[in-house]
Design a protein around this ligand. Sequence first.
Ligand code: ADE
Length: 225
Amino acid sequence: MTFRIDIVSLLPEIMTSPFSSSILKRAQKKGLVEVHMHDLRNFGEGKHKQVDDYAFGGGAGMVMLANPIFECIENLKSQRDYDAVIYTTPDGDRFNQKLANKLSLKKNIIILCGHYKGIDQRVRDALITHEISIGDYVLSGGELAATVISDALIRLVPGVLNDSASALTDSFQDDLLAPPIYTRPAELRGMKVPDVLLSGDSKKIDAWKSEQAMKNTKSRRPDLL
Ligand code: ADE
């Protein structure tokens, strides 16, 4: 089964590089994931391909027109069923690992990237199933948020990571931050790797990792406990 993400955006070129490098690239090459970009401008109105207009009732900033979005998303929906239509917006639900895990189990999803002051409310009412914010700050557009969300989902798709256990041992997967990690050399500039990691005693090592994960979480993110 292929996990499919359709991203609807006014500036798809912003996302070209992240999706054509490293893990995201490999996931697509392996056929585990399909990512399709759709330029909303192609659905713009009139000879200027207009995609935004002033807000009714006044207020600063332009609003994305509803109709080009309806046409683009309805066109996608006529080709296959979608399990989620996500809108990236700073006033959405906060994105976290739990939501990433849930969304990664879907088959086909659409991500609509917001711009300007946002989109006509009627799009949100009629088309959007999930409104997601990646944090309490305002980005210039939803493309980076869509990229972050896609990355977090794609790495969870079975087969995408070579070490299948790896995604499960990420920070947050058990509501704990990860323990410290080390690689060669065992001693560097007077700083030593903790002895237990060199002991070969897997029980002791696991106990140390759990203890350190708990310690990290308590000091940095007590809200997770
Ligand atoms: N668009 C602008 N800011 C955003 C944010 N923090 N999260 C998601 N989409 C956004």
